[in-house]
Design a protein around this ligand. Structure first.
Ligand SMILES: [Fe+2]
Length: 185
């Protein structure tokens, strides 16, 4: 599967624009992280791009996630996508027991930080352009800002994947910048 085909899959299964944009943003962060770790950018990118593929049908308004993540794995297999490492990482973003390697740990941090960075970009006139680590860290401390973002999954990045917070944010910002034109940021 190439990126164009992967995007077609994303368009086929997502129903809300906000979900589509979230998936692209996490993809950008994951590609940048793969580059930093010397890992396969396409596999890491696909993990970001697909991780919430079923969100629009599995998540209820009450916050119940149903078979979120399992549904995505089922759909991807139907689409002929069979990279077990990526499928495992998709399960890992929801369930801790699947966090068994770097990829499956990285998706958790990428998911959280992409949410924070997109929220930061949306309140800046210049969007993601010129975004600084220091200003993102301020927003990380401001609990009322983007309250849905799991702060702990950003703060614990060093103990989990060994990347110091500042460097992680720098890589993540570069990742967001790389796909920003695709989501108007
Ligand atoms: Fe997500």
């Amino acid at each position: 599967m190439d990126r164009e085909q992967a995007l077609e899959v994303v368009r086929k299964y997502t129903k809300k624009e906000i979900t589509y944009r979230h998936l692209i943003s996490v993809e950008g962060v994951m590609r940048a992280l793969a580059g930093r770790f010397g890992e396969n950018e396409d596999r890491w990118g696909f993990t970001g791009l697909f991780h919430d593929l079923d969100y629009d049908v599995t998540a209820s308004e009450e916050g119940d996630l149903g078979d979120h993540a399992y549904k995505t794995v089922e759909w991807l297999k139907e689409e002929g996508f069979d990279d077990e490492g990526v499928l495992n990482a998709i399960l890992a973003h929801r369930f801790e027991e699947y966090r068994t390697d770097l990829l499956s740990q990285a998706i958790v941090h990428a998911d959280a930080v992409a949410g924070l960075l997109v929220a930061c970009a949306l309140v800046r006139p210049q969007k993601s352009e010129g975004m600084k680590v220091s200003s993102v860290k301020k927003k990380l401390k401001e609990k009322s800002f983007a309250p849905g973002v799991e702060r702990e999954e950003i703060r614990n990045v060093e103990e989990s994947v060994g990347l110091p917070l500042d460097e992680f944010l720098e890589v993540a910002i570069a990742g967001l910048r790389s796909i920003a034109p695709e989501i108007g940021l």
